[in-house]
Design a protein around this ligand. Structure first.
Ligand code: 3HC
Length: 283
């Protein structure tokens, strides 16, 4: 299937990034939110992301203007155009909310349309609407989406080869690198990344080193662009805890137990950049 018309549900950080890469690469993309106010904020953030890319000379001023023209907006999933070829869901990690969105979309979209979820850890097999499970797939982008090259393509139990191939081709057209992953807890990216972050938090809790030194070890010793505690703040500690919990529950293995310090910080509302404080403080 040749994917031309795309919709993205959710105007948060990930949704905005996904809209941006589709728009830059010439797709007609509709951003869907629940309120006009959220759409306005999203378009403002998408515009500043594009401006940042022009300043860094990764795109030209012309590409930026064309990308903005490729974006339209819509309030409510029930108002998505039934002729949309691909809908990518990027709302917060709540299984009930995501399932309700997919069921609504399943009822209104043409039979060939593909549904994708950007979930970071919820099972693709469990999220798939019953009647469209063959046309359902995980499309897991990395933050910040316009910069990171990887997209994990997660095959649910019933995802068809046609669906996988269409999404793989689309991912390549976005100038991203697709990686095929089976539907197991944490997929690959988060199954490896989150235990590393969790272990860094254990090291901090046990007083093995300061937060700055733990980050320096991984930045300077392993050439990671960000230390694990800085990265945890960047991702959001609540997101890290939610993913760790899915992996822990999914494998029922104590090696994945979330660190008590991570739990305590989430309970205290210290969520990282988005709350102004996590392991570090932010303006
Ligand atoms: N659009 C939006 N945000 C952008 C952006 C763009 N085009 N380019 C960069 N950013 C963001 C960052 O959020 C940060 O925001 P701020 O300026 O508002 O504080 C800022 O850019 C930092 O950008 P700089 O230009 O100063 O820094 P660099 O360009 O040198 O690198 C980086 C920034 C690419 C984020 C780099 O530090 C990096 O690669 N870090 C690791 C990122 C990573 O590991 N991502 C994966 C996270 S895991 C994930 O997403 C899975 C999920 O399921 C949890």
């Amino acid at each position: 299937m040749d994917i031309k018309r795309v919709a993205v549900v959710g105007g948060g950080t990930m949704g905005n990034g996904i809209v941006t890469v589709f728009a830059i690469n010439g797709y007609d993309v509709t951003l869907v939110e629940t309120q006009q106010e959220f759409l306005e904020r999203a378009i403002k953030n998408i515009t500043s992301s594009l401006e940042r890319m022009v300043k860094k000379e990764t795109i030209s001023e012309e590409v930026k203007s064309a990308a903005l023209k490729n974006i339209s907006t819509r309030i409510g999933v029930e108002n998505v155009d039934p002729n949309t070829d691909l809908v990518v869901e990027a709302v917060y990690e709540d299984k009930g909310v995501k399932t309700s969105i997919f069921n609504k979309l399943d009822g209104l979209l043409k039979a060939e349309s593909i549904l994708a979820s950007n979930t970071s850890s919820i099972s693709i097999t469990e999220l798939a609407p019953k009647n469209r499970a063959d046309k359902f797939i995980g499309m897991h982008f990395m933050n910040p989406v316009p910069v990171m090259k990887l997209v994990e393509l997660i095959r649910g139990y019933s995802t068809s080869d046609d669906t996988y191939n269409a999404i793989k081709e689309t991912t390549l057209k976005l100038n991203k690198v697709p990686v095929e992953v089976q539907d197991y807890p944490g997929f690959i990216a988060n199954r490896i990344l989150m235990p590393m972050i969790n272990e860094a938090i254990y090291a901090l809790m046990e007083g093995v080193a300061t937060k700055e030194d733990i980050d320096s070890v991984m930045k300077l010793g392993m050439a990671h662009p960000m230390g694990p505690l800085t990265l945890a703040d960047f991702i959001g500690l609540d997101v890290c805890l939610a993913i760790m919990t899915v992996i822990f529950d999914g494998y029922n293995d104590s090696k994945y137990r979330p660190c008590p310090l991570l739990k305590k910080m989430v309970a205290a509302g210290k969520l990282g950049r988005k709350s102004g404080e996590g392991f570090y403080r932010y303006e």
